[in-house]
Every structure is written in C-alpha cells, then in structure tokens.
Design a protein around this ligand. Structure first.
Ligand SMILES: *[C@@H]1O[C@H](CO)[C@@H](O)[C@H](O)[C@H]1NC(C)=O
Ligand SMILES: *[C@@H]1O[C@H](CO)[C@@H](O)[C@H](O)[C@H]1NC(C)=O
Length: 354
C-alpha cells in the first residue's frame, strides 16, 4: 500500500516535470535502475492504451496512469488462457478461448457455468502473477520487491533477505483492474468477482520459500531466503480442485448477494469457485453456453476416459484416418561433435469425432 502511494506520487511528479525526455531514476537505495523513456501523458501512451480494445473506461484510465504495467496484464491473462487449454486438453470443453477478449470486454463469453468460473479465477491469478513478477524485476515504476521480512529464526540455518515477490501490490493492482471494472451488483458480476478473488487467493495459498546459498565455490556458509510465488501450473491445479467442487449459486433479491442454491450448503469461502448455470454436455456447438461442440475433435480409441472416442464423440462415432509421419530416428553421436540420424517414416492411426 505504501509502495503504491509512493509510486502514484512519483508518477504525478513526473507528469509535471518530465515531458518526452529520457531519464534514469535510481530507486530503492540505488539497487534498481529504471528507465522512463516517455511521459505517460504522451499521445503514444493514449494510442497504446486504445489498442487494447477490450479495455472499458475504467481500465483505459488505469492504463493511462500505469502503462508500464499493462504488458504484464495481457501477458498474465494469456498465460492463464494457455494454462486453461493445457488443463482441459483432454476434455470435451477444451477451453476454446484464443485471447483475452474471450474473457473480458464486449465480446467476452457470457456463460456463467463452472468452466467459465474456472477461467475467471485462473485469469485473475495469471494477471496477479505477471504483475507481481514485473514488480520484482524493477521494470515497473510504482512497485518493487517486498523487503519486509519477519524476524529471523535462530533455530534455522538461513536468514531472510533478497527480493520477495510483492503479492500485496500484484493483488491490489489486479483487483483494481478487473474486479473494480465490474458493477459488483449483477449476478454475473458477483460471480466473476468471487472467482477473481478465489484465483488470487490460490496464488497466495501456494506461496513458498526460495533460498540461495552464498559461500566460496558453492559452499553454503550463509543461506538467504525469500518468499516466492508458485508456478502458475501449481495454481491452475489448485484451482482445478476448486472447480470440481464449485458452488452452484443463485441470486438473492432480498440480500442482493449470491447464495448457495441448496439451502443446506454452507456459504463458499474466499477460495471457492462459484457458478450460476450448470455446464452443458459440450457435444454440440452452442454459443450461448460457450460450447463449440466436439465435431472434428481427436479422440483416443483405447481410452475409457473423456478423451476416449466413446465419450468424446457423444455416441456419434468417429472416423479413422491414417497419417504418414516422418521423423528422425536411430540417432548416433559422432565424435566430435555431431549427431547423425536416419529418417524413418511410419503410419499413424488418427481418430476424429463425427
Ligand atoms: C480474439 O478472439 C476472438 C474470438 O474469440 C477473435 O474473433 C479475434 O480475432 C481474436 N483477436 C486476436 C487479436 O487474435
Ligand atoms: C490412448 O489411451 C491409452 C489408454 O489410456 C494410452 O495408453 C495411450 O497412450 C493413448 N494414446 C494416445 C495417442 O494418447
């Protein structure tokens, strides 16, 4: 919070004093060198922000204030979309979203089912992840490392130090950028906000410690440790568990909040994922429900799982195709220093849903 207000003040000062000039700013005790190549008020910034067609007015304003952080936002969201596609690659719904506009903005999917809920949580986690990473590298003006550590524990062989991932800023910025750009009033917005929060909680929950040894030629005479974020993969797996236990909610006109559809269920906690409509079977295309169908999807003839042809093709049957595959084979290491291979070709059987 402190870092954030200092950052805002700095930007404000810069806007007054620095126009279209280059300057170097030494911050954080001279450790991190930051280069500011343009003033935030330039037409270039306006153009840059406008090029993100999915931004709403609130986000456009934030972009004008903090353009240096925006690349991390898009990068984080894209990383989350790739992660979602990886996690669901064998399912009927295989996260058929190609870019951020499928999640945010006017062209976003309007479905409110568990799959969308998962995606919302993961994208929020992804944005927080990359914003936090950017803070640690010193490329963003308004944030840096977290250097506030607890007391050193005399019973362990290491000390706190180095650059901890600054979750607080990443969390705060992501919340301001995505949660605060919704009305937080409609059922769909309440659902989205709960899932955004759950995504960020999952990053927090998986925080770990990373250490580095200092000493002569690899010895570990002193060990310095800091708080580090998990890999996004770990977060996406945590969220996958929440997804399988997602809460079916309904909008209560009386409390203006969401409540569990089944009275006996407890209210979801901050880490829980919520949805409003059940998933379709994803067999046939249905834009409204976020389904592209499974026609033309590859399936596995011998698998009994969802990736097996029986379940994947929803009983419509499948086509078998033969494909010639050419690849390197019988590779040998030649002294010195090359690898020589032969070319082999084989025929691969491919099954595709009708
Ligand atoms: C983003 O995805 C939408 C459909 O989901 C597509 O129409 C659009 O062309 C894509 N934009 C880019 C820049 O890839
Ligand atoms: C198909 O499924 C079987 C059984 O689960 C597995 O052993 C095999 O590797 C899979 N094949 C492909 C191409 O994924």
């Amino acid at each position: 919070m402190d870092m954030y207000s200092t950052g805002s003040l700095l930007i404000w000062l810069l806007q007054i004093f620095v126009l279209e000039t280059c300057m170097l700013l030494l911050a954080e005790g001279g450790e991190v060198e930051r280069r500011i190549s343009h003033s935030w008020n330039s037409p270039a910034t306006a153009k840059f922000c406008k090029s993100h067609t999915w931004f709403n007015r609130h986000q456009l304003k934030l972009c004008q204030l903090h353009p240096d952080i925006i690349p991390s936002v898009t990068q984080g969201a894209m990383a989350a979309i790739y992660e979602c596609r990886y996690q669901f690659r064998n399912d009927r719904w295989n996260c058929p979203i190609s870019n951020v506009t499928g999640v945010f903005g006017k062209t976003r999917l309007r479905t409110r089912n568990p799959e969308m809920a998962y995606l919302q949580a993961l994208v929020s986690a992804g944005i927080m992840y990359d914003v936090t990473k950017a803070c640690g590298t010193g490329t963003v003006l308004q944030c840096g490392c977290d250097r506030v550590f607890g007391q050193d524990n005399p019973n362990v062989d290491w000390k706190w130090g180095g650059c901890s991932d600054n979750l607080e800023y990443g969390n705060h910025f992501t919340e301001t950028f995505i949660d605060d750009s919704t009305s937080k009033k409609t059922a769909a917005d309440l659902m989205a906000v709960q899932n955004y929060k759950a995504g960020r909680k999952a990053v927090e929950k998986n925080m770990g410690i990373k250490c580095k040894c200092h000493g002569v030629s690899g010895s570990c005479t002193s060990k310095i440790c800091w708080n580090a974020m998990p890999k996004l993969r770990q977060t996406s797996e945590t969220l996958l568990k929440s997804y399988t236990q997602a809460y079916h909610m309904m909008y209560s006109k009386r409390s203006l909040k969401l409540r569990p559809l089944q009275e006996r269920n407890r209210n979801p906690s901050k880490t829980d994922i919520v949805y409003l409509t059940p998933s379709p079977d994803y067999c046939e295309p249905n834009k409204r429900h976020g389904s592209v169908g499974t026609h033309g999807r590859r399936c596995n003839k011998t698998s009994d799982g969802v990736n097996g042809c029986r379940l994947m093709c929803c009983g419509r049957g499948y086509q078998t195709m033969l494909r010639h595959v050419t690849e390197s084979c019988h590779c040998r290491f030649q002294w010195c220093c090359s690898v020589e291979c032969e070319t082999c070709s084989r025929v691969e059987e491919l099954h595709v849903c009708n």
